[in-house]
Design a protein. Sequence first.
Length: 282
Amino acid sequence: MMDVGTLIFQIFWMIFIISMFIPFLRSVNLKGTRLAAIRELENKRKSRVITLIHRQEAMSFFGLKMNRFIDIEDSEEVLRAIKLTPDDMPIDFIIHTPGGLVLAAEQIARALKKHKGKVTVFVPHYAMSGGTLIALSADEIIMDENAVLGPLDPQIGQYPAASILSVVETKDKNNVDDETMILADISKKAIGQMKKFVKELLLEKMGEEEAEELSEKLCSGTWTHDYPITVEEAQALGLKVNSEMPEEIYSLMNHYKQTEQRRPSVQYVPLPYRKSDNQKAQ
């Protein structure tokens, strides 16, 4: 007959093994749910839907956090998705990102710009830095009324390129160390390259003078890098932006929720309220 200690030991290992598989099963189920929601949106809009959504994600069952940004793997997958799309089929690109690698963002933007079918970029919450660069490649940008874009001024290491140049311009060069001078040279090239590419993206949407002026404003350190460009400001800048966000986009985003924390800082009843409901409750 099995003793109590052995039974407890076996139960412990069974629980441990099951706990190893639960995150995997949840991940598989969530992936299926997301793909079903994407397919439903595609059927309704007769388009190819591509998502680029970056969240802070949990790794395995240990609960370790991993921040996500636009990287080469993202650009490879997006380019593959575009290749699988007929030239005349519209592309709906849903983006939620703090930005990331310039090379990857430029690759995505170029591929979307070359696509012959209509490209619509949806911004349900924010698309900063490289996310804004991708949005500029679209024929139309649809933002939630409270969503934001961001400036495109290059960052060199931990410093804005425009600020590095400002230091060199305001100080006697004899008092500036070699490393700062090298960074200033890189900064000048980075700003010039970004302005040139942004102007290319904008030329088909506005005149050359307007494209030049807007690329200068977005890339030359007019604002801090995390400055939020609202729908109204984006429209004032001359971008083709509206806030007619389809409800299906919000529904899809519900399947990309931030990993739950032990102490959630935001809580609410996850139901849409109508005025009549509140009146009945009073």
